[in-house]
Ligand binder design. Structure first.
Ligand SMILES: O=C(O)c1ccc[n+]([C@@H]2O[C@H](COP(=O)([O-])O)[C@@H](O)[C@H]2O)c1
Ligand SMILES: Cc1cc2nc[nH]c2cc1C
Length: 352
């Protein structure tokens, strides 16, 4: 069995009984029923995912996948593609936004070269799983072969399997790839059939002219490649990206291992969408960290059926929103495990 078929076959619904037991415990805590709102949701879902009423959150790891995109030849980003490897070095030195926010919540950052158009040699700290030196320009043909897409999915699955083995408790997704809002918009347009202008936005900050060009490029790429929305790997291969595939695989692997996974912004959610289209139970294992500024993000989250935890007008990527949301998920779990019950504290219960 391949890593992909094995992961897909292992994914099952979360434990509904434990979800109910966790909620009963939360209802006995010294607070009006439901008064901790979504923190209670995080706690009961963590119980249902992990199969424990005292879910572990100790070891938190954000995987930041880096990859390049042939479609940058079409002028779809405000930045040159050299920024992708330059930012990889920044991550490894600990100076990027994700490094700061991961330190803030006590998470580790792991940087994965899954498709950067740069030779890193043996750079200390970098996880080298390069499938190709970037994708091809999907305005001229498929971004990847099906084999490349599956190989990149399996990179992510392999990392999730290793994370489970070493006792990681909470996984975060992140990415770095100049041009990657273009394949992300193409993916949601392909699955949903929504008009391209409704899901395409400014990414790193392009102006009106470049945005109109980006819409035309995506429309042309979809018309040329005809991705089949009923075949998620076809969509991923034809108009996706290597880091998006790595993230989709990581999320599948987490679901297969009953590991909770926190999904960052627009590009990470494109990966989550591919994973959910492959197996709808994946949805129950993921937390949508935040609402990105990218306009197409809402359509992705709606299609997955996930409500974002934060709305901080962020659009950096890297895993930054995911790191922040990890802190809140952990807070919810601590309510479940540490807060006193009415009985323990000698507090009178309400009469609803
Ligand atoms: O996470 C998001 O919601 C997000 C939204 C816009 C841009 N980004 C980041 O910006 C880069 C892609 O933007 P662009 O304009 O080059 O397609 C890529 O490195 C992403 O991490 C990330
Ligand atoms: C500087 C920079 C940092 C990033 N981090 C994620 N995407 C990015 C894009 C740019 C341009």
């Amino acid at each position: 069995m391949t890593l992909l078929t094995e992961a897909l076959s292992k994914i099952c619904p979360v434990d509904a009984e434990l979800m109910a037991q966790a909620q009963t415990r939360l209802d006995n805590k010294t607070k009006p029923v439901g008064s901790l709102g979504r923190l209670e949701e995080f706690a009961r879902r963590m119980a249902a995912i992990t199969g424990s009423l005292a879910p572990d959150t100790e070891k938190k790891v954000v995987f930041t996948f880096a990859g390049d995109h042939g479609v940058t030849d079409e002028g779809v980003s405000a930045f040159p593609r050299e920024v992708t490897p330059q930012m990889v070095y920044n991550f490894l030195k600990g100076g990027a936004g994700i490094n700061v926010l991961a330190r803030h919540v006590g998470a580790q950052v792991r940087v994965v070269d899954i498709g950067v158009d740069h030779d890193f040699g043996d750079t200390p700290g970098l996880i080298v799983r390069k499938v190709a030196r970037g994708t091809r320009n999907f305005a001229q043909g498929p971004a990847m072969t099906r084999e490349e897409a599956v190989a990149a999915l399996e990179v992510g699955i392999g990392l999730a399997n290793e994370a489970k083995q070493e006792g990681v408790a909470l996984v975060g997704t992140g990415e770095m790839g100049i041009g990657n809002t273009t394949p992300s918009a193409a993916i949601i347009a392909a699955f949903s059939g929504l008009p391209v202008p409704a899901v395409t936005h400014r990414g790193t900050g392009i102006g009106d002219g470049a945005l109109a060009n980006k819409v035309r490029v995506i429309e042309a790429g979809l018309a040329l490649n005809q991705p089949d929305p009923k075949d998620p790997i076809d969509v991923l291969a034809k108009v996706g990206g290597l880091e998006i595939a790595g993230i989709a695989g990581l999320i599948l692997g987490c679901a297969a291992n009953r590991l909770p996974v926190v999904v960052d912004g627009f590009i990470s959610t494109a990966g989550a969408l591919v994973a959910c289209e492959l197996n709808p139970h994946v949805r129950d294992y993921l937390f949508a960290a935040h609402q990105s500024v990218e306009v197409g993000h809402r359509a992705m989250l709606d299609r997955i059926g996930a409500a974002p935890i934060l709305d901080l007008q962020m659009r950096l990527g890297e895993g930054t929103g995911g790191a922040l949301a990890m802190g809140l998920i952990e807070a919810g779990v601590r309510i479940l495990t540490e807060m006193a019950t009415f009985e323990e504290a000698g507090v009178a219960e309400g009469d609803y």
